[in-house]
Design a protein around this ligand. Structure first.
Ligand code: BG6
Length: 492
C-alpha cells in the first residue's frame, strides 16, 4: 500500500460517527499501510478533554469494532491523536487550532497536507469553511492538498443547498470538496460500473429496447430509533431519495464514461440527471406516494416515537417512478422505494427485461406457463451478489419451461475482507479521488427533482399512518406499479 501523508482535522471529533466509523476506518488504513508514521489527527468538539482521554476513547472505539485495544498497533495508532476543545463559532479558536496543526505538521512531516472533516450540525459548515481559510488553517504549500469532507445533509432543498455550496466555495474549490454519500462506498454499488461496463452481455442490452423497468429498493427494518429530532424534519424523501437513491439511479442510467476517472464518471452522471424528468404538479402527485408507519402490538406508531410530534406529517416511506427523457431510457421507468419499519433490511436493484417478443412455447394446445421476464438482481445488502433469472427447460418428459436462477453470492469469508464504506471513502479522500462522492451539479439536480415532489406534498395533508410495520409499505406503493401493469419483484 502507498503511504499517504496528511493531517486530519475532525470537527465533531467526539461524535457517534467518528467513534463508530471514522476512527476504526482510519485504523484499518493504518493496518494496511496507507497510513504509517506520517499522519496525525486532531479531534475537536466543544467539550474539554485531554489527549490521553481522547486516545483512550479512540482505542475503545477500535475495540468496539472488533480490534484489540491494548495491542501495540492500537497504541501506536492512537498516539497520533490529539484533542482540542473548539467552539466553531468563535473565530479566535481557529488560531489555536492553526498552531496545533502547524506543530503536528512539523512533528510528523506531513508536508502541509490537510483533510478537514465536518461531521456535525450542517448549519455550521459555512462558518467553519470560511474560518479555516481566513484564520490560515489551509496549507499554503503549493504542493500540498487541502480537502474538505462533509457529511449529509447537504441542504434541505435546492435553495439552502445552493446557499451552503456558495459559502463553501468561498474557501474551497469544487475538486477540494468531498460530499459523503456512504452508499457510494458500498461494494455492490461500486460494482454497478463493473457489471455494466465490463460485460458486453449486460451493457449491450442496457437500454429501453430490452429493459422493461428497473426497481431500486432500500428497505429498512428499524424505525426512527433515537434520531427523531433530525428525521422528523427531514423525512424519507430527503433522507434517502435525494441522496442515496438518486446516486444509485444515476449510476444505473448513465452512459459509458470516456474513462474510469472521477471527472469522466461525474460528467456522465450529471448528464443522466439532466435528462431526468422534473415533474409538474399533476405528475408529481401521481408518480410519487408516501407513507408513515402505524403501530403494531405494543409497539408505538411513528407519531408516538420519542421526540416525534403527535401530529407529525413526516413520511417514513416513499415510492416513486422516475422517467428519463433520453434515447436510452425513454419509455423505461425506474421505480424506487424506501422506508423505515418495513419487513426486512434489504438493499437491491432488480433489472426487469422485456419478455421475448414471441412466446413460441405458448401455442394453442400448450400447457406451458408463459415465459417469465429475465431479471438481473444486484444484491447490495445484507448479502452481496448478483442473480440472473432465465427461462430453461424442465427435465420432465414433455416440453415445458421454468424460470431458473444463476446466482453469484459473495461468501461470508470474502465479505469480511470487504472494506467498509467509510474506509474506502477515507482512502479516496487521501488519494484525492472524487469518484465516489457527490459533486455539486449532481446534488443540485437531485434537489430540483425532489423539491418538486415536496412542494406538491406540502399542499396536502396526508392520511397517516397508512402502513403496518413489517410490511412492504402502504397499498399506494402497490397501486403505483400495478397501474403500469407491473409488479415489484421483491415482495413478501
Ligand atoms: C442514512 C440515513 O443516510 O442511511 C438513515 O440518514 C438510514 O436514516 C441509513 O438508516 C441507511 O444506511 P445503511 O448503510 O444502513 O443502509
Amino acid at each position: 500500500a502507498t503511504e499517504r501523508k496528511a493531517l486530519f482535522l475532525f470537527f465533531g471529533g467526539t461524535g457517534d460517527l467518528a467513534y463508530r466509523k471514522l476512527y476504526p476506518s482510519l485504523f484499518n488504513l493504518y493496518k494496511k499501510g496507507n497510513l504509517r508514521s506520517h499522519f496525525a489527527v486532531i479531534g475537536t468538539s466543544r467539550q474539554a478533554m485531554d489527549d490521553d482521554k481522547f486516545r483512550e476513547a479512540v482505542r475503545k472505539s477500535l475495540a468496539d469494532s472488533g480490534n484489540r485495544a491494548d495491542s501495540k498497533e492500537a497504541m501506536d495508532f492512537s498516539s497520533h491523536f490529539y484533542y482540542q476543545a473548539h467552539d466553531v463559532t468563535n473565530t479566535a479558536h481557529y488560531s489555536v487550532l492553526k498552531e496545533a496543526a502547524d506543530k503536528l505538521d512539523k512533528k510528523y512531516k506531513l508536508e502541509g497536507n490537510r483533510i478537514f472533516y465536518l461531521s456535525m450540525a450542517p448549519q455550521f459548515f459555512g462558518t467553519i469553511a470560511q474560518d479555516l481559510k481566513s484564520q490560515g488553517l489551509m496549507s499554503t504549500n503549493k504542493d500540498a492538498f487541502n480537502r474538505l469532507v462533509i457529511e449529509k445533509p447537504f441542504g434541505r432543498d435546492y435553495d439552502s443547498a445552493k446557499q451552503l455550496n456558495d459559502a463553501l466555495s468561498k474557501s474551497f474549490e469544487e475538486e477540494q470538496i468531498f460530499r459523503i454519500d456512504h452508499y457510494l462506498g458500498k461494494e455492490m454499488i461500486q460494482n454497478i460500473e463493473a457489471l455494466r461496463f465490463g460485460n458486453t452481455l449486460v451493457e449491450s442490452l442496457w437500454n429501453n429496447r430490452y429493459i422493461d423497468n428497473i426497481q431500486v429498493t432500500l428497505s429498512e427494518k428499524l424505525g426512527v430509533e433515537e434520531r427523531a429530532s433530525y428525521y422528523d424534519n427531514s423525512g424519507a424523501l430527503r433522507d434517502m431519495v435525494q441522496n442515496h437513491i438518486m446516486q444509485i439511479v444515476s449510476l444505473l442510467a448513465m452512459e459509458q464514461p470516456v474513462a474510469f476517472t472521477d471527472t469522466d464518471i461525474r460528467a456522465e452522471k450529471v448528464k443522466a440527471l439532466r435528462s431526468l424528468r422534473v415533474y409538474n404538479v399533476a405528475d408529481a402527485a401521481t408518480n410519487f406516494v408516501r407513507g408513515q408507519y402505524g403501530s403494531i402490538n405494543d409497539q408505538p406508531d411513528y407519531r408516538h416515537e420519542d421526540n416525534v410530534p403527535e401530529d407529525s406529517t413526516t413520511e417514513t416511506f416513499v415510492a416513486g417512478k422516475l422517467l428519463f427523457d433520453n434515447y436510452r431510457w425513454s419509455g423505461t421507468p425506474f421505480y424506487v422505494r424506501t422506508g423505515k419499519m418495513l419487513a426486512d433490511k434489504f438493499t437491491r436493484v432488480d433489472v426487469v427485461f422485456k419478455r421475448p417478443l414471441v412466446d413460441i412455447f405458448a401455442f394453442p394446445q400448450s400447457q406451458n406457463t408463459p415465459l417469465a421476464a429475465n431479471v438481473l438482481t444486484i444484491f447490495v445488502e445484507p448479502h452481496a451478489g448478483f442473480s440472473l433469472q432465465l427461462n430453461a427447460k424442465t427435465n420432465d418428459a414433455g416440453f415445458s419451461t421454468e424460470p431458473i436462477k444463476l446466482d453469484y453470492l459473495v461468501d461470508a469469508e470474502k465479505s469480511k475482507e470487504t472494506p467498509e464504506p467509510y474506509e474506502r471513502l477515507l482512502h479516496d479522500v487521501l488519494k484525492g479521488d472524487g469518484t465516489n462522492f457527490s459533486s455539486w451539479p449532481e446534488v443540485s439536480y437531485a434537489w430540483k427533482f425532489v423539491d418538486q415532489i415536496r412542494r406538491v406534498w406540502d399542499l396536502q395533508e396526508p392520511q397517516f399512518p397508512n402502513y403496518t410495520p413489517h410490511s412492504m409499505g402502504p397499498a399506494a406503493a402497490e397501486e403505483l406499479i400495478q397501474r403500469d401493469h407491473r409488479e415489484w419483484i421483491y415482495r413478501l
